[in-house]
Design a protein around this ligand. Structure first.
Ligand code: SF4
Length: 394
């Protein structure tokens, strides 16, 4: 039985009937919108209202209503005071959501504040050179998000007059926006009833339902999206979505869920919360050795910036080199980058001619050039050397 039929026949069916209409209408609109908006094949996998894998909803309509009300009240009294929660400005919401992809709120908070000061509007961001945008993003990692944000600002200015349209498909068509992000932006900024499903929501839903199937498979994802959709209220969907994420971040934590403090423990069916969600085998980390050279000449250092580099494209880096087996590195550090666990080693090398994509940078250029975190640490030391600071010397 389809989810909609089940809900419509149970208690509160009248209220859910409107949700069924919404799902069908959007299923009907999607192919038309694809044509109109010239959408790429993301639509093929991101259709807004998926088929329900398993018609069972683990909570009654009354329980869902109670969970919604409980979480909304809890969110209003317990939510962290994060800077992007003080506004509904679509630009601020968009920036925060792209920053929050793959990064925790506590890390994002200071970046968000600085970003909004430097690029306070779509126009300011669209007009800024990419290098300045990447420099402002430096340290957050996953730089494709900064590039997407920059491209999105250009599109919003060029196609939508500098205002984010309150339109699901137009927001989804912007760079860097997938199904989770469009749900978060449209529900928070425009009050649209759309679900979200990030890592925190997956964990909360899987535990509330005691869902023991794999969540990282297509059927698992369809099931969870369907439950997230069934959970999302018509009133205050943005606050509700944030309450689910906040519950996952603060209470229903990965290793130590604080069940005694949980506002929805009365509805939770988890028998062994720590074993959920079931993600199958974790992706193994890959060791990586980054060997580079530090080449200094007349107060400048040789740096490389390749827009088509496989790793960190468009960011300034020290040129790669073969390891010197007979000499200890001048600088060494460890770093993590996506699934890589890396070790960076640097050797001082004599001056040579600059190759393709290489340039001699002064100390001040080095300070403002965007670069990945391990290279920044090395650059800070080299900067000291260029300025004659003893701390930079080997
Ligand atoms: S009762 Fe425990 S496992 Fe269930 S949702 Fe709350 S914190 Fe998570």
């Amino acid at each position: 039985m389809r989810l909609g039929h089940r809900l419509a026949s149970g208690r509160g069916g009248a209220r859910f009937a409107s949700q069924i209409k919404l799902a069908r209408r959007e299923e009907f609109i999607a192919p038309v919108a694809r044509l109109l908006l010239n959408m790429d094949d993301r639509f093929a996998v991101l259709s807004i209202m998926p088929e329900v894998e398993d018609g069972r909803v683990p909570w009654s309509a009354r329980e869902i209503e109670a969970i919604q009300g409980t979480l909304l009240r809890w969110f209003r009294s317990h939510a962290r005071d994060l800077p992007w929660r003080r506004t509904r400005d679509p630009y601020a919401v968009f920036v925060s959501e792209l920053m929050l992809q793959q990064t925790q709120a506590a890390t994002v908070a200071p970046y968000f504040g600085r970003w909004m000061e430097e690029f306070p509007s779509w126009e300011a961001l669209a007009e800024a050179p990419l290098e300045r945008v990447l420099r402002a993003w430096e340290g957050l990692g996953y730089y494709h998000r900064a590039r997407n944000l920059h491209r999105a600002a250009k599109e919003v200015c060029a196609k939508h007059g500098g205002r984010l349209p309150a339109d699901y498909y137009k927001v989804l068509a912007l760079p860097g926006v997938g199904r989770y992000t469009v749900g978060a932006i449209c529900s928070i900024a425009f009050g649209m009833r759309l679900p979200v499903l990030d890592g925190n929501v997956v964990r909360v839903l899987a535990r509330l339902a005691n869902y023991r199937e794999r969540v990282d498979t297509a059927p698992g994802q369809r099931q969870l999206w369907a439950w997230a959709e069934a959970m999302t209220p018509e009133k205050h969907p943005g606050d509700f979505n944030q309450s689910m994420m906040e519950l996952g971040a603060l209470v229903c934590a990965r290793n130590k869920p604080a069940c005694l403090l949980c506002p929805v423990r009365g509805f939770c069916r988890a028998e062994d919360p720590c074993s959920l969600p079931n993600k199958g085998r974790r992706i193994a980390t890959v060791p990586l050795c980054e060997d580079v050279e530090v080449v200094v000449r007349r107060g400048r250092v040789l740096m490389r910036c390749d827009p088509a580099a496989p790793r960190w494209p468009g960011l300034w880096q020290f040129p790669g080199t073969g390891a010197a087996a007979d000499a200890a590195p001048w600088h060494e550090e460890r770093f993590a980058h996506t699934r890589y666990r890396g070790r960076m080693r640097a050797w001082l090398r004599p001056a040579r001619k600059a190759a393709a994509h290489e340039r001699w940078l002064t100390a001040s250029e080095l300070a403002t050039a965007p670069m990945p975190a391990p290279h920044r640490k090395l650059a800070t030391r080299v900067e000291g050397m260029l300025l004659g600071d003893e701390a930079g010397r080997p």
